[in-house]
Design a protein around this ligand. Structure first.
Ligand code: XIL
Length: 311
């Protein structure tokens, strides 16, 4: 993948990371980019106004260093996973701006020079393309997005800064909203380098490849990089035997990678977890959906082989 100019990565969940040596072994062997799945989220890293908890992130960063991996920062500004003191704080606009500025600069500044890429703002847009009603939008205004990118850039001028979103793989109202947002940012001189497409997919929810390719291209034309940042693919919603569904999954994974390789500037394919043994999808749907590229016993699935073949 490196030779083809693309980084292959995965999110990492601290529970299995600490408790399952097989998890760590496959992680180190197969992946180049490590994304802490939850450890950098506001409620965990900044649980009370004056306390930051960096232990979990640092554990992952040390592992990444030992194994020659790069760590991707995720996420600085999100409406979800916020601590009570934020959600119930009743802060004034100025106070909330100061809080967010301190939060962003503390996280990015602490790891200055070590984290090549950060997801700065995550999921800020609605399905119809408008800005999502969040604590940040309501109390600061739409400029919170520009501000967050500026602060992150000041704290680490070398870091590549991304906007991340889901259900924006195809050209649709939501990806139009992202396009409008980031075009405006570029016009205003806001430091943004790329757009992340989460790509939480399923066999009945796969992007049309021509639309995906066109979508990537319009962001690339703006000079922005694109990445698959949280790819997983449920198979429960597909038709056929397990074997047939795993084959469809393999084809779909490899199709996405092919689009990335053909794009002008698609720099990473990151899956949201890597083994079906541990995936957030099971928490959401209550079922084992086999969305990833290693099975629950860490055996490579057809999707893994299909990706390798494309590379
Ligand atoms: C998810 C994690 O995987 C879960 O462990 C956690 O309980 C909730 O968040 N979009 C994102 C990710 O940007 O941070 C989310 O991760 C999945 C959806």
């Amino acid at each position: 993948a490196q030779k083809r100019g693309i980084g292959i990565g995965t999110s990492v969940n601290l529970g299995p990371f600490m408790n399952d040596p097989n998890y760590r072994e496959v992680l180190a062997r197969e992946f180049e980019i490590l994304v802490p799945e939850n450890a950098w989220k506001f409620e965990f890293v900044h649980p009370t106004p004056d306390r930051y908890e960096f232990g979990q992130v640092d554990t992952l960063i040390n592992f990444a260093k030992d194994n020659n991996m790069e760590v991707r920062g995720h996420p600085l500004v999100w409406h979800y996973s916020l601590p009570k003191w934020i959600n119930e704080g009743n802060f004034s606009r100025d106070e909330l701006i100061k809080i967010l500025e301190t939060h962003v600069k503390t996280l990015v500044g602490r790891y200055r020079g070590q984290i090549p890429t950060w997801d700065v703002v995550n999921e800020a847009i609605n399905r119809d393309g408008s800005l999502r009603d969040t604590i940040w939008l309501r109390n600061i205004g739409p400029e919170y997005i520009d501000m967050a990118f500026q602060w992150a850039h000041e704290a680490d001028p070398q870091a590549k800064l991304f906007y991340g979103e889901y259900m924006t793989e195809e050209i649709n109202q939501k990806s139009d909203g992202v396009y409008t947002l980031v075009s405006g940012m570029l016009q205003r001189g806001v430091p943004i380098d790329g757009v992340g497409f989460q790509s939480h997919l399923g066999l009945s929810y796969l992007p049309k490849l021509d639309s995906l390719a066109q979508n990537f291209d319009r962001f690339n034309q703006l000079g922005l990089a694109v990445q698959f940042t949280e790819l997983d693919m449920k198979i429960q919603d597909g038709k056929g035997s397990l074997e047939e569904r795993l084959a469809k999954q393999a084809k779909a994974y490899s199709d996405l990678l092919r689009v990335c390789l053909q794009a002008k500037k698609c720099t990473a394919l990151i899956t949201w977890g890597f083994t079906d043994r541990y995936t957030w999808i099971a928490d959401v749907t209550g079922e084992v959906e086999a969305p990833l590229i290693f099975d629950a016993s860490y055996r490579p699935k057809p999707a893994y082989d299909a990706l390798k073949e494309v590379l």
